[in-house]
Design a binder for this molecule. Sequence first.
Ligand code: ADP
Length: 465
Amino acid sequence: MKIVMCASEVVPFAKTGGLADVAGALPIALEKAGHEVIVIMPGYKAVYAKTALLIKNVRPGLSSAAIGKAVKVYFIDHDFYFNRDALYGDKAGDYIDNIDRFSFFCRRTLDLLKEIDFKADIIHCHDWQSAMVPVYLKSMTYSTDPFYKTMRTVFTIHNIGYQGLFNKNEFPKLGLAWNFFGVESLEYYEQVNFLKGGIVFSDVINTVSDTYSKEIRTSEFGFGMEGILDKRKDSLFGIINGLDYSIWDPAADNFIAAKFSAKDPAGKSVCKEDLQKICKFPLKKNVPLVGVVSRLAQQKGFDIVAEGIDKMCKMDLQMVILGTGDEKYHKIMESMVKKYPKVISLHLKFDDTLAHKIYAGSDIFLMPSRYEPCGLGQMISMKYGALPLVFKTGGLADTVDASNGFIFDKYSSEELLKTVKKALQAYQSPEKWKKLVDKAIKCDFSWLVSAKKYVQLYENARNRS
Ligand code: ADP
């Protein structure tokens, strides 16, 4: 099959979250399975800042590089739109011209396919930033151009909380007829909603876990999209993300202090000591080390973590937090560091190396997300022998159970604290702990399995008229 992966962030070129991991790894897995894949993303400033990546300018407005064996990655260049410090916004909030930036990206994506004569079977779009591709494909000149006629679209929702909402006044910028602005189309309460466009106009929709695909059809998790998703329930699927084990494997990880594996786990204690040193913690072997690598946001469970953190710091544990997010949570955690400097260590930044060291050095990985479309953190932590402690939702519910981690099913700080206590108790029983770690380390979330499911989904989309 000829497949286009269209995404606003792709590892190793630009990343703010899990979407980038998927958009970087899935094309390579598809290539391995014998498909012809290209990737299209914006050419941000960050992409060109990484000089180690071999990026060639093809012509004005277009650059390219390669991943995997020969997957071509095309960068849509636009100095004004994409040569900025961040991907979507700065401290002041989202960039005010995101509607221009990402509608431009989507239209250029479709134009590019014709320019390079890539007659795709499937255009696989991700999240609101590329959600206008399916809309444009069924409108403007694309809908009548024979070149695009057999192309089908798959739209993956990585997080329904981010929808790309814009003022109705800006609708004309999209170049679409007003009949595309309506409740059956792009309108959402007098606003333009890109994500909704993707849901309505794509051939097949999926989310990144089975449980999340069901949750988003309810008002609790649907962020207003539950109605339209329920209408499209026959076209809505769930495929858990794979994990890129070429990046996340403690047996071959150059970022960590000592390599280890299920067969040879001795290096893990070296990694723990290394992490304790980084955190300036007492070098105690028998105190469980709790790691967090996460956005500091309510979605990630920081409301209940913040509520329970003082009590947690009084328990017999050490805790390291890496991440940035809401100022409110930065402050709360900073005050905890002042109060319990030997117990909690805070790193308010994005730091890949430290992330690897935390997965490798922790005993428990705390990820009590209120909702979690898939979640990579828990899968990574399992591979590194850090047992995930999670709330039962979305992808967390699909990957963690009592045999490989700790899971609670009522979202509250009391339940969180109870579960932390349970984990600390289990840690005191080395035999029990070893069994859990062994099961976790052996979990296989490889892309091969998920890529196969995507191929089935693409076949499904191709069979739609
Ligand atoms: P999200 O909702 O943020 O996409 P995921 O769990 O799906 O959550 O993916 C998060 C990814 O980003 C993981 O690979 C995680 O290790 C990484 N990550 C998150 N915060 C940081 C950080 N501050 N520094 C380094 N890596 C981070």
